[in-house]
Design a protein around this ligand. Structure first.
Ligand code: HEM
Length: 421
């Protein structure tokens, strides 16, 4: 895998891939979610619009990559890890610094063994045990918002809930939550334009790793009821996990548990704040919440893009892919494939079936899906018990952070109905 500086060989490989795309009649464009301002304005809409370019197209952005927009093609790729590897953490850097995520960057059979270690931590039973904590957290936060008359939903609600539910479980102090969340989410804000050499990225990764190294040293002396202690007791291939493996797993679990769910929470609450009829439905018929959460996941996936790397040369429906070619799979576009989702542009809480791809498919399917669903459901239920009516505040500062994940930077909400115009 190439993590070194950009070389002439890389440039040749890009030109070769572009030439193969043109030979196969595949559209070539500059699809660049990190640098194109349209993505900051409306990331999910801009990604969806890319469907119009074709089922597959080639982007010359960053180091060059093939983009896949259709459900069945996405399914074919994500369920064939031998041919389409997840060994690289995709970034839009031209010269990407090495970032390794365990278990995400392993392929089967190694991936299967490591993934089994974390499955019990996020099982339905484990998530059920976290639900009272989630309810208490939303109740306190919503009461505070009601008393203040409004909030920045992103900072005051969406980013706080996942942290309050999961941080102590990760062995980290709730008292330092704001700083921990900011540090762990910083890498998603960095890219080729604001951190060209990856210096800030490396520093943020090192800081989070350092926190877990301290936690591990402490748990060796004083075991606790948390994930680092559990991982210290686990075996891989008949030996205890190394500190490096535990730190890697904790790094991944912390990052994936925080910003993702927060992102979908904010998109959903923006929609609810704008739509009085939908709010009324949630208030009057709480049974709609399950369907609403699924449709929010389909329409507002926190990770609308996932990547794979081609292993060996492949003929993909008449297109020649070569060893090392990078693929970017537009999950959100696949979840809006009209063949599977009639009127995909319509946000419909009654949509059944709703086999959206917000959590992916195949061996790397999201390990935290039960936790994310529970937090979203509990937020909608407990919030509306306390704050049935609310509307958007001044959105003039609203923009989005965009990498493979997307997130609003702020979302001002005001409690109560908007004054009639
Ligand atoms: C709305 C919230 C969430 C969404 C939309 C989401 C989505 C995803 C997606 C699309 C993937 C990658 C699938 C692939 O590469 O094919 C993923 C992986 C992962 N997610 Fe989530 N996620 C969410 C919340 C969470 C939470 C709360 C956790 C809890 C820790 C979590 C843990 C993970 C882990 C560990 C992986 C790596 C799995 C592997 O490679 O085996 N996620 N998630």
């Amino acid at each position: 895998m190439n993590h070194g500086p950009v070389t002439l060989a890389d440039a040749d490989a890009d030109a070769d891939a572009e030439a193969r795309a043109r030979d196969a009649g595949v559209p070539v464009t500059n699809f660049d979610p990190e640098c194109d301002p349209a993505f900051k304005e409306d990331p999910l809409g801009t990604i969806l619009a890319a469907q119009q370019l074709g089922d597959v197209f080639y982007s010359t952005a960053a180091r060059g990559f093939w983009v896949i927009t259709r459900y069945d093609l996405y399914k074919e790729i994500s369920q064939d890890p031998a041919r389409y590897s997840n060994c690289e953490t995709f970034t839009f850097y031209r010269d990407p610094p090495p970032v390794f995520h365990l278990p995400a960057n392993l392929d089967p059979p190694e991936h299967t063994k490591v993934r089994k270690l974390i499955t019990p931590l996020l099982s339905p039973a484990a998530v059920k045990r976290l639900e009272p904590r989630a309810r208490a957290s939303v109740a306190t936060i919503a009461d505070e918002v009601a008393a203040r008359g409004g909030c920045d939903f992103m900072a005051d609600v969406a980013l706080r809930i996942p942290a309050e539910v999961f941080l102590e479980h990760m062995g980290l102090p709730l008292a330092g939550a704001d700083e921990i969340v900011a540090t762990r989410l910083l890498p998603a804000k960095l890219n080729a334009s604001n951190d060209p050499g990856g210096v800030q990225l490396a520093a943020a990764v090192a800081k989070v790793r350092g926190m877990f190294e301290e936690v591990l040293a402490d748990r060796r002396r004083r075991p606790a009821d948390d994930i680092p202690t559990y991982l210290l007791s686990q075996q891989l291939d008949g030996r205890p996990l190394t500190d490096e493996e535990i730190v890697q797993l904790c790094y991944t679990l912390l990052g994936t548990s925080l910003g993702t769910t927060a992102s979908t929470m904010a998109f959903l609450f923006k929609l609810l704040a704008e739509n009085q009829a939908l709010r009324r439905r949630v208030n009057d018929t709480p049974q709609v919440v399950g369907g609403l959460v699924e449709e929010a996941l389909r329409c507002f996936p926190a990770i609308p893009l996932v990547s794979r790397t081609v292993q060996g040369d492949v003929d993909f429906h008449g297109i020649t892919w070569k060893d090392g070619d990078r693929l970017l799979l537009l999950l959100s576009a696949a979840s809006a494939d009209p063949d599977l989702f009639p009127s995909p542009e319509k946000m419909d809480p009654d949509r059944l079936p709703n086999r959206h791809l917000a959590f992916g498919l195949g061996p790397h399917r999201c390990a935290g899906a039960h936790l994310a669903r529970m937090e979203l459901r509990v937020l909608v239920e407990e919030w509306h018990r306390r704050i049935p009516d609310y509307h958007l505040g001044d959105l003039c500062g609203l923009t989005h952070e965009v990498s493979v994940a997307v997130r609003m930077t702020t979302l001002p909400l005001v409690v109560g109905q908007a004054a009639a115009p």
